[in-house]
Write a protein that binds this ligand. Structure first.
Ligand SMILES: C[C@@H](Nc1nc2c(c3cc(-c4cn[nH]c4)ccc13)C(=O)N=C/C2=C\CC1CC1)C(C)(C)C
Length: 328
């Protein structure tokens, strides 16, 4: 079958002579590929335009041979399953289509023209309190939605927080997410950390994969370094690191080598620069808690004084993003 077939619905006559409408998958030839937007370890993301609709997308291309050789098939499936679970939130990159050809897999996704939050932060150096509150609230709202759908991101960091045309947040890069098997976990605080529901410990991911993955050094939570088990609170540890970094211009735990960075994390060895806003300091201190069961939850954070006056409903995603100003 011609993979590059035009899109949409085609009228055909089936074996019994009945006229049927067939949905035809999009293919590589339905898109004009443009520049490279970003490169991951197993993928390249291109700018692309749909030739029929002229809509612009980001297309993530994964080379099959590379994935097989590097034994990453599981990660590819996790990412696709995760993207297919997270379809109804403005703060999550949306997957529209997938297709393949002999050599590669293709994911057609939201185009985030604002690029990575890290890039924007590097340009301004730091964010002022208003910007930190707005971007912190959007990231937190997206985390809340992910967790409600039983997804733990496990590698949240400013490189994976993208920005769309309105400079609103789009969380991406779910190849290392952890999908809680039992959706019941999704709607409660119990979340695979084995807390409170010991009998369901078995429900969770096979520990072999969990054991093998560790996030990006600066944002990885202490429990992932010590017990190899990520939980929803692990994403809130990363959230605390991101809030600190937006205001300070650098992450709280950063050393010359990964090992020394891990040392700082498990020893909670960090300090605030002079003039760090007190409400933000209190919030960060209550997220960067070694014991995941004592860390603030999403609900606690939404009610923290740092977010006083910040709505978390639809208004958060409708309003204009604040002009980016450095925290001086
Ligand atoms: C984090 C990711 N980088 C990026 N991933 C995506 C972008 C993206 C866009 C720019 C950009 C746009 N304008 N200027 C820069 C720079 C980096 C991007 C996008 O627009 N849409 C979906 C993406 C990813 C979705 C896919 C994970 C499911 C890595 C480095 C892994 C390739």
């Amino acid at each position: 079958k011609d993979r590059g077939a035009a899109t949409g619905v085609r009228r055909e006559v089936d074996a019994t002579g009945k006229t049927v409408l067939r949905h035809v998958k999009k293919g590589v030839r339905d898109f004009n590929f443009g520049r490279i937007l970003g490169e991951g370890s197993y993928s390249t993301v291109y700018f692309a335009t749909d030739r029929q609709t002229l809509k612009e997308y980001a297309v993530k291309v994964l080379e099959k041979r590379h994935i097989i050789r590097e034994k990453k098939i599981k990660y590819v499936n996790i990412e696709k399953d995760t993207l297919n679970r997270l379809t109804e939130h403005p703060g999550i990159v949306r997957l529209y289509y997938t297709f393949q050809d002999e050599a590669s897999l293709y994911y057609v996704l939201d185009l985030c023209n604002g690029g990575e939050l890290l890039g924007v932060l590097k340009k301004t150096g730091t964010f002022d309190v208003e910007c930190t509150r707005f971007y912190g609230a959007q990231i937190l709202d997206a985390i809340d939605y992910m967790h409600s759908r039983g997804v733990i991101h496990r590698d949240l960091k400013p490189e994976n927080v993208l920005l769309d045309d309105n400079m609103h947040v789009k969380i991406t890069d779910f190849g290392t997410a952890k999908l809680l098997k039992d959706p019941r976990e999704a709607h409660s605080q119990q979340d695979g950390s084995g807390r409170g529901l010991p009998d369901r410990q078995a429900d969770f991911e096979d520990n072999s994969r969990a054991a093998s993955f560790v996030g990006t050094a600066e944002y990885v939570s202490p429990e992932l370094l010590t017990s190899k088990n990520a939980c929803k609170a692990s994403d809130l540890w990363a959230f605390g690191c991101i809030i600190y970094q937006l205001l300070a211009g650098r992450p709280p735990f950063k050393a010359g080598t990964e090992y020394l960075t891990f040392q700082k994390i498990v020893n909670l060895d960090y300090e605030f620069p002079p003039g760090f806003p007190p409400a933000a300091r209190d919030l960060v201190e209550r997220c960067l808690v070694l014991d995941p069961t004592r860390r603030l939850t999403v609900e606690h954070i939404k009610n923290h004084e740092f977010f006083d006056g910040q709505g978390f409903g639809k208004s958060l995603w409708r309003g204009k993003a604040p002009r980016l100003r450095p925290y001086v």
